[in-house]
Design a protein around this ligand. Structure first.
Ligand code: SF4
Length: 237
């Protein structure tokens, strides 16, 4: 099995986002878009990409114990509690934690737009949400490659606040990644992250292929960042 990975801080080169994802975050349901709005979305996405400083950090921890009390990791205080995460990590030997952020410039721009242009703020917010998800795809691709190098497999990514994994895990999660020092991510009293366009997530590292991943590389959201296929294999074995 793998033997540990630490990435303190790394810039992510994200040059595009899925337009359909931006439209989804805007609540688009197939209604016609005026050419003006169409162009405006493209311009806003491009500006969002220019302003963002997409970065990630990542660390793997060996699983010490999985039981009714949750999942305990070697060498860190983070305990992952709840039925859903226990089931998700059932036979994992290791857990890969990662955090991504677009940086404080995106929040500054959202604040500026809130005072000057409400429509632009909504579009910019949707673009930034799609962009941080894409940055998180890039980080997840890295975790999958790490597992594949050791003939292991990852489960799909899971974040504090999903299912019954409490959002209150964020503090220990960020501490396990040293994410405040590395990426400047802090928490509000209600455990929301600042910069707001930040994501924490984990995948399990498992000895066997896991259910729930896409069945084909052609529809995989990680494909632009995938290094596994270059080896003639896939993350499904
Ligand atoms: S592109 Fe294929 S091999 Fe790469 S992560 Fe996606 S499904 Fe796995």
């Amino acid at each position: 099995m793998p033997h540990g990975l630490r990435i303190a801080r790394e810039a992510l080169a994200i040059g595009s986002v899925s337009r359909s994802e931006v439209l989804r975050y805007l609540g688009y349901q197939g209604q016609p878009l005026s050419p003006e709005l169409d162009r405006r979305i493209d311009d806003t996405v491009a500006r969002c990409i220019r302003i963002a400083r997409s970065r990630m950090c990542m660390a793997s921890y060996a699983v010490r114990e999985i039981g009714a009390q949750g999942v305990a990791l070697e060498g860190c205080t983070l305990r992952l509690t709840g039925h859903d995460i226990v089931e998700h990590l059932a036979d994992a030997s290791e857990v890969m934690l990662f955090a991504t952020t677009l940086g404080a410039g995106i929040d500054r721009e959202l604040r500026r737009l809130s005072l000057t242009d409400a429509l632009e703020q909504v579009i910019f917010d949707a673009a930034a949400t799609a962009l941080v998800e894409r940055a998180t795809d890039a980080a997840e691709a890295r975790a999958r490659a790490y597992a594949a190098e050791a003939n292991a497999y990852t489960s799909w990514r899971f974040s504090p606040g999903y299912g019954d994994l409490p959002l209150g895990a964020q503090g220990d999660f960020l501490a396990a990644l040293d994410a405040t020092r590395q990426l400047g991510i802090t928490l509000t009293p209600s455990d929301l992250m600042v910069p707001t366009k930040s994501v924490t997530a984990l995948v399990g590292i498992h000895p066997t292929a896991q259910p729930g991943l896409v069945s084909s590389c052609s529809i995989c959201s990680l494909s632009d960042f995938c290094t596994i296929r270059q080896t003639g294999r896939t993350c499904r074995g």
